[in-house]
Design a binder for this molecule. Structure first.
Ligand SMILES: NC(=O)c1ccc[n+]([C@@H]2O[C@H](COP(=O)([O-])OP(=O)(O)OC[C@H]3O[C@@H](n4cnc5c(N)ncnc54)[C@H](O)[C@@H]3O)[C@@H](O)[C@H]2O)c1
Length: 401
């Protein structure tokens, strides 16, 4: 079987918390070849390489090739039809993805794929023309609770979605991270960064599509003096008239006992009865109080860990094993890219179409409603929260109401 080389562009938080350890686990399973990580600063690569949890405790013997050259050069030096992972700040995704596609690479992008509909459509067209796979890492789709809600919804157990309210608040200490260098008003905001997960969730579970968005943002200051929309309240209207409210911040107290707080309530009706769904997505069922503060960013003495997203556990193999939907998502994406590449050249378009149609994985073709919401949301937040309408059409567009 093909064992693609994987080059990850970006070595920051998401690379550290989820992607690199997941790639090592796939190496252990003999699914992928060597891993390269490209970043701008030697400190980023050193800090990732020196991470004791990843490289000593979980995956002893595994390592990546560090690359400090510009990503375009690193990608150009790869043999064709391997895998590039874009794990850079949101506003650079488009260029990394297009650079990879131009060099005949399959691509996995962290969410959001890009910030505009035009870019999403261009990526879709270009990738199709070369039979290359592009997958977007919306890892909540691989949470069993999401897949269960989707199945029950499709079986008609809830009726029609009417109203919903979701929240995802990351910890305050994010403000002290590299975020302060890029999470500025022209690039991103709390809704674009993390609200998209719950927009994707509602679309994934219900099959509905967004038609209008308004995002009210409150500006706040990072420690380096830069400002960003660190508090957002979004309202997304769907094509059956339903309404989802999403609140996002970088404000969850550092001393609070988990890495974030997040969840969704959805209210439904079949015309005769109401129905309801509630997910507590940080999963607070475990409570630990340690003898000392955990040695990690945001580490606390009292801790409510979640086994849902990503944890390391000891299953008796040398090192530790990654569990959770964070790993399952990377696993699924990498297997999809391998499936496309393993098919005879004449069948690849069919395999790609099948992946689009099955719709478990987010691809540019089946999930560009996310870019519509992001483009609309960015326009709205920059206009004080005015409603922005998504105009269907070819291509779709957004406009202030
Ligand atoms: N829940 C999620 O799905 C989730 C969570 C976290 C981050 N993300 C996404 O991951 C992306 C990165 O976020 P992060 O938290 O890792 O941010 P980060 O700031 O911690 O890391 C960004 C990395 O990109 C690198 N980078 C920036 N410009 C580069 C360039 N020109 N060439 C090479 N490397 C470059 C930086 O060196 C850094 O290593 C964002 O798009 C974010 O939205 C998704």
């Amino acid at each position: 079987m093909l064992k693609p080389a994987v080059t990850m562009i970006g070595g920051g938080m998401i690379a550290h918390d989820q992607i690199l350890p997941s790639l090592y686990q796939l190496q252990r399973m003999d699914l992928i070849g060597p891993v390269t990580v490209c970043a701008r600063s030697p400190e980023t690569l050193r800090s990732l390489a020196d991470n004791a949890m990843i490289h000593q405790r979980a995956f002893p013997g595994h390592s990546f090739t560090p690359a400090l050259d510009p990503y375009a050069d690193v990608i150009a030096a790869m043999p064709p039809r391997q895998i590039v992972i874009a794990a850079v700040p949101d506003q650079i995704h488009y260029d990394v993805v297009m650079t990879a596609l131009r060099h005949d690479q399959h691509v996995i992008a962290v969410k959001p794929l890009v910030l505009t509909i035009a870019h999403a459509l261009e990526i879709e067209r270009f990738a199709k023309s070369r039979n290359l796979f592009v997958g977007i890492e919306y890892h909540k789709r691989f949470d069993d609770r999401t897949l269960l809600a989707r199945r029950r919804f499709r079986e008609g157990m809830f009726g029609e979605f009417k109203l919903g309210t979701a929240r995802l608040m990351e910890k305050w200490y994010y403000r002290r991270s590299n975020f302060q260098n890029w999470f500025t008003p022209e690039n991103s905001d709390a809704f674009t960064y993390i609200g998209c997960h719950y927009v994707d969730f509602v679309a994934f579970v219900t099959g509905l599509r967004p038609t209008a968005v308004s995002v009210y943002g409150i500006m706040d200051r990072f420690p380096n003096g830069k400002e960003g929309y660190l508090w957002t309240d979004a309202r997304v209207i769907w094509n059956n008239g339903a309404c989802l409210n999403v609140q996002n911040t970088l404000s969850f107290p550092d001393e609070a006992p988990g890495s974030n707080t997040q969840g969704i309530m959805m209210y439904f009706s079949d015309g005769e009865r109401g129905a309801w769904l509630e997910h507590s997505d940080q999963y607070r069922g475990i409570r630990y109080c340690y003898t000392r503060r955990m040695d990690s960013d945001g580490g606390t003495v009292f801790h409510e860990p979640s086994t849902e997203y990503f944890q390391y556990i000891d299953t008796g193999v040398p090192g530790l094993t990654c569990t959770g939907y964070g790993f399952r998502s990377i696993d699924y994406l990498i297997r999809a890219a391998i499936r496309v590449e393993s098919a005879p050249a004449m069948d690849r378009a069919v395999v790609l179409q099948e992946i689009d149609d099955v719709g478990v994985l987010a691809t540019p073709a089946n999930s560009n409603f996310n870019e519509m919401v992001i483009e609309a949301g960015r326009l709205s937040i920059q206009n004080g929260g005015r409603l922005v309408v998504i105009e269907p059409g070819s291509p779709p567009s957004v406009r202030l109401d």
